[in-house]
Design a protein around this ligand. Structure first.
Ligand code: ATP
Length: 324
């Protein structure tokens, strides 16, 4: 190997620091930091125009950042494009194939020397019987599963999926989700771009939430739910004196608010720890209400609250002409 050639870093698959990209003075991505480690499924989420596609285009070396650094497997996606091309598999938002191209022909066309077990992949994604089907005659779900097969064909170290389920009906979305879940379970590293919050919830190990080019927050689904999900609600019925129940429960750790309705239904709002403290209080009283139930916010709720929250502060456009 040429001693000056940068070694491939198999562990830190994507490392982005301070990525900024503007179009004509309008900032599309603003000081983005992003890490994807081997085997993770990381979701870039945000509304239309948040800067997700621009960010992944920089990761793929299709756009040159105005500022900041991008490394994929330790390499520069623009400078080392030739080395990275066989290592990164993508399904882009704009992916399309000629209508008359058959599945078998598409697989042959996309196969490189690294291609392995196309038949196994087609089988895995339910397309084994479709070798002679023309792209234009396939359902939306089948077409997206074919793009997954093509993205995986050459054994990439990183797979980039941009708006994979856009325009699909609910059944086809679930079909494609289960294919991505298979990838995740097999340890494939995936950078997933979506504005579908339920998709992020089902598929991602970590999520980076973008708005107007800025990171609002990033973390595991559990971390984001804790930070942005809002309160946990515990409900149960009681026949005890309402004032006494309110007094006792209000004192418990983690409880923010408690009320008893005219029907004897107790509603307790608090943080996650309130679940344990209310439970322990009920156990201490020697009676577990048969109608006890707890509502814990999910990632979709947390992301909705985060993305619909107050606007980030306006930023000064990045200076142009700082291409590295
Ligand atoms: P979507 O979910 O709609 O694909 P996104 O989050 O991927 O949106 P981008 O496509 O990266 O966002 O766009 C971010 C901003 O940059 C938007 O305001 C968009 O209009 C603008 N933009 C994107 N591409 C270009 C371009 N080639 N020229 C000028 N402006 C662009």
């Amino acid at each position: 190997m040429n001693p000056t050639t940068t070694a491939i870093d198999d562990h830190r698959v994507v490392t982005v620091r301070g990525l900024t990209k503007s179009y004509g003075g309008r900032v599309a991505v603003d000081r983005l930091d992003l890490d994807v480690s081997a085997g993770e499924v990381v979701g870039l989420i945000g509304a239309n125009g948040a800067g997700k596609t621009t960010a992944v285009e920089c990761v793929q070396g299709l756009r040159r950042p105005d500022a900041g650094t991008v490394r994929v497997l330790g390499l520069d996606p623009v400078r080392d494009a030739d080395r990275l091309r066989p290592l990164v598999g993508s399904q882009l938002q704009s992916s399309s194939l000629p209508d008359r191209l058959r599945v078998g022909e598409a697989v042959a066309l996309f196969s490189t020397r690294r291609a392995r077990d196309a038949d196994g992949l087609l089988e895995r994604f339910g397309l084994a019987g479709k070798l002679r089907s023309a792209f234009g005659t396939m359902s939306g779900g089948e077409q997206q599963r074919l793009f997954l097969v093509l993205a995986l064909l050459n054994q990439p170290r990183l797979v980039i999926l941009d708006e994979l389920t856009q325009g699909l009906d609910p059944a086809a979305r679930r079909e494609v989700w289960s294919s991505v879940a298979q990838l995740r379970d097999a340890g494939t590293t995936v950078l997933l771009v979506t504005h579908e919050l339920d998709e992020a919830e089902v598929l991602c190990d970590r999520v980076v939430a973008l708005r107007a080019g800025q990171v609002l927050d990033a973390g595991t689904p559990a971390e984001l739910v804790t930070r942005h999900g809002g309160v946990v609600t515990t409900r149960f019925g009681t026949t005890s004196d309402p004032a006494g129940v309110v007094h006792a429960v209000d004192d418990l750790t983690g409880v923010h608010h408690v009320e008893v309705g005219a029907d004897g239904q107790v509603t307790v709002r608090g943080d996650r720890s309130s679940i344990a403290h209310v439970g322990a209080w009920l156990v201490g009283r020697g009676s577990i209400p048969a109608d006890l139930r707890v509502d814990v916010p999910d990632l979709e709720t947390a992301l909705l609250r985060l993305l619909d929250g107050p606007e980030p502060l306006p930023t000064i456009p990045a200076p142009t002409g700082v291409l590295r």
